[in-house]
Design a protein around this ligand. Structure first.
Ligand code: SF4
Length: 355
């Protein structure tokens, strides 16, 4: 099924070798959690994130030394790198000079506007875009009486206006709240006011379960409304989970090609370990960029009927498993042989789809 989404018309922002906005596919972002000054571990993590499907990565630049490390990091990774900078304009300029592909700042916390002007001058010279935005945790005092979503939008707009004042329009905006509904409303609000692309995510979304649910609701709604240009699913812990989650979200919305593993919820008829088989199949297909649906079902009673939409499926029987392909039974096997058969058919389907 194709997803019909009318994307909001936005400017295009070039970030290294990637594009955000202007109808370009929604890009997947994540952020390292290494000490950026430790170049080896930062590069290793970026490469791990890229392998998982990350397309733009952000690194924290808390010190001038970390900004100097950008040069080496950039030489050894292939996805665009964004520098996250607070307060110190010198770090931003150092990062730009060392080849950063985009910077994330809040002009409002850089201090004197002459410092912002200096950042803008360097960003223009090196063609480095800037992401500005607002976060529900750090709203300006004078906006606190407004409804939260509006306050977020207005706070982001303030940051945008500072850059525009110095003739800078190579901008991506984010308005982030840790609340799902506020995130949705704030993005709707800012989307009506400007045509800069939007970086969308629920901030501080929490641990895996919490973030997956919050992020799926907020991003799902906003993606279907056409307002999202790039995403980050924030999850406490290993950043690779953020990338896996974002990839799955875009795949399940039919915006990317990828595997869809269907598994029954199990019931008293279940005769094999559905969860572990489904996990094994997920692992088997984790690097596949083709659309394929594989069904894992606990029994044959309802199983084959329930799984007939799948390209390939496996269902438990009392003595082994049944493997099926496009609703037709391939045969009955022992568990081990059934898994081999499943793999064989999965490869066959992928080959057919790729050709
Ligand atoms: Fe139960 Fe079989 Fe349906 Fe799974 S496929 S939920 S085991 S009836």
């Amino acid at each position: 099924m194709d997803t019909v989404i009318k994307r909001r018309e936005t400017r295009v922002v070039k970030v290294g070798n990637a594009f955000i906005g202007g109808g370009h596919p929604i890009s997947i972002q994540s952020m390292t959690n290494t000490n950026t000054e430790n170049v080896e571990s930062t590069i290793n993590q970026i490469n791990e994130l890229e392998k998982a499907g990350c397309e733009i990565v952000r690194i924290s630049l808390p010190t001038l030394e970390s900004a100097r490390k950008v040069k080496e990091i950039k030489q050894r990774v292939s996805i665009p790198v964004v520098g996250d900078i607070h307060f110190d304009y010198k770090i931003a300029i150092e990062a730009i000079k060392n080849g950063i592909d985009k910077i994330r700042i809040n002009p409002g916390n850089i201090g004197d506007e002459s410092k912002v002007e200096e950042i803008v001058r360097a960003a223009k010279e090196y063609k480095v875009p800037i992401r500005v935005g607002a976060n529900s945790g750090s709203l300006p005092k004078d906006l606190e009486n407004l409804p939260k979503a509006q306050a977020l939008g207005e706070a982001a707009l303030r940051e945008v206006k500072i850059l525009e004042k110095y003739g800078f329009e190579d901008i991506v905006i984010s308005v982030k709240s840790s609340d799902v509904l506020e995130t949705i409303e704030a993005n709707r609000y800012i989307a009506k006011l400007v045509d800069y692309p939007l970086h969308v995510g629920v901030t501080e979304a929490g641990t895996l379960y919490n973030s997956l649910i919050k992020s799926s609701i907020a991003l799902g709604v906003l993606i279907l409304e056409g307002l999202v240009d790039t995403v980050r699913i924030s999850i406490a812990g290993a950043p690779v989970n953020e990338v896996i989650a974002a990839k799955k979200l875009l795949t399940f919305l039919h915006l990317r090609k990828g595997p869809n593993i269907v598994a029954c919820p199990t019931c008293s008829r279940t005769v094999f370990d559905v969860e572990n088989v489904a996990l094994e199949v997920e692992k088997m297909l984790s690097d596949i960029d083709e659309e394929i649906t594989v069904s894992v079902l606990g029994c044959v009673v309802n199983g084959i009927g329930e799984g007939k939409e799948a390209d390939v499926g496996i269902a438990g029987t009392k003595s082994g498993v049944v493997v099926f392909h496009k609703g037709e039974i391939v045969g009955t096997f022992t568990y081990e042989m059934g898994m081999e058969k499943l793999k064989e058919y999965v490869e066959k389907v992928i080959e057919e789809k790729a050709s």
